[in-house]
Design a protein around this ligand. Structure first.
Ligand SMILES: C=C(O[C@H]1C=CC=C(C(=O)O)[C@@H]1O)C(=O)O
Length: 393
């Protein structure tokens, strides 16, 4: 990679990418301060089943389901910037002309206030009312009672006007400050749109030391002063146990027996707390270098966003949610980066339209669910991004 030791503001790089009609991703890993940015100068970003181990450095942005025009987008790091090194680096195979154009845009003041990418076709989205959501939860409980499934995650979205003074960097800076434990991201892709979030859920992570990491995350309650003293109801304990069991069944199907399991323990995610169990595997020790891709294919969509068993839960979601989740509860993150591969579930997120914003949230439904409480839970989860929006009001 070629490097340029010049300092750039994050805002400038984002604006140059938008002005040049390029895809751009910003991210910050949990418990770190370094912000990374990558910009792709490729004409085609679409990829099929991601192969993590063979991938060049880039950022993956994948939907809940590859349907209705939503696809896997790979934002190759043709241009990479890290706040740690302060250097802009270029991949050696970058088309020279595209790179020159980008550098020009970076230097030009006419690229200021260019906004962000919005979807090429605005799909008419139905937003669920409280009655509609509660009725879907009742139906889910009925299906669970009939033995059709054990758990299903039902979600909804709301659309509201963006505050007039909204800026994606102001928002990104606030998200970083507010949620130090989360995976924080801002992704903007031509024709696809722009999403921002603070995810609490690792899907598949492989660090430079080849340690694989995934989590079973479920159960929600408002954050307490002392999380160590949190009391969990049977419903949440069982709900999280199902996610755990599913991960263990994936390991079993891959004949993987050597892993560490820690938890469940209470973790904080913004204004909420969850139960989380951590699973780690030393890929060198088990001699399974492709475990990341194998687990990604088995895990997504996890029982923390879909349900158990996966197929009937997915069918129920498609039949009863009444909207397309798009990239909500899909996954996103850096792949093949100097710091490793870190894919997170796209939760506690929002989609930025031109003048509006769409917020998303879901809740795990079991036989013991109280429909009204599940509705409230989705409201609490939407607070993660609402809080950021309210700083512009
Ligand atoms: C589906 C979401 O959260 C999942 C992750 C943690 C806890 C969850 C729950 O308690 O229902 C969900 O499974 C969401 O944030 O929209």
């Amino acid at each position: 990679m070629g490097a340029e030791p010049q300092e750039f503001s994050l805002e400038r790089i984002f604006q140059a990418a938008i002005a040049q009609n390029r895809a751009v991703a910003f991210w910050r890993l949990p418990h770190t301060k370094e912000v990374n940015i990558c910009v792709s100068l490729q004409e085609n970003l679409l990829i099929h089943q991601p192969k993590l181990e063979e991938s060049p450095f880039g950022f993956l942005f994948s939907p809940f389901q590859e349907s209705g025009g939503y696809r896997n987008n790979f934002i190759k790091a043709d241009i990479h910037y890290s706040t740690e090194t302060g250097a802009l680096t270029f991949s050696p195979d970058v088309p020279a002309a595209a790179l020159e154009d980008f550098k020009e845009a970076l230097a030009s003041s006419s690229t200021l206030n260019v906004g962000w990418h919005t979807p090429s076709t605005v799909i008419e989205q139905k937003h669920q009312t409280e009655e509609g959501f509660v009725a879907a939860v009742e139906k889910a409980k009925e299906a669970i009672g009939n033995g059709e499934m054990e758990k299903v995650v039902l979600s909804r979205n709301i659309q509201r006007a963006l505050p007039v003074s909204f800026s994606p960097f102001g928002a990104f800076a606030t998200v970083q400050q507010e949620y130090p434990r989360a995976f924080v991201s801002l992704v903007s892709v031509p024709e696809v749109g722009t999403w921002m979030g603070a995810s609490p859920e690792i899907l598949v992570s492989i660090n430079p030391e080849q340690i694989f990491h995934t989590v079973a995350l479920a159960g929600t309650q408002p954050a307490a002063e002392n999380p160590a003293e949190a009391i969990w109801r049977q419903k949440e304990i069982e709900e999280q146990g199902m996610v755990e069991r599913y991960i263990l069944s994936c390991f079993k199907s891959l004949r993987l027996r050597e892993y560490t399991e820690v938890g469940p323990r209470t973790v904080i995610a913004g204004n909420l707390m969850h139960l989380r169990t951590d699973f780690k595997v030393d890929l060198k020790e088990v001699n399974f270098p492709t475990l990341g891709s194998a687990m990604l294919a088995l895990l997504h969509p996890t029982s923390a966003v879909c349900g158990l068993p996966k197929e009937p839960a997915l069918e129920f979601i498609l039949a009863h949610e009444g909207y397309n989740r798009a990239y909500y509860s899909g996954y996103l993150g850096p792949v093949g980066s100097p710091g490793g591969t870190h894919l997170f579930v796209n939760l506690r997120c929002m989609e930025l339209l031109k003048n509006d914003v769409i917020l998303f949230a879901g809740a795990g439904i079991t036989g013991d669910s109280n429909p009204q409480k599940e509705w409230q839970e989705t409201q609490h989860k939407m607070q993660t991004m609402q809080k950021i929006l309210s700083t512009f009001e």
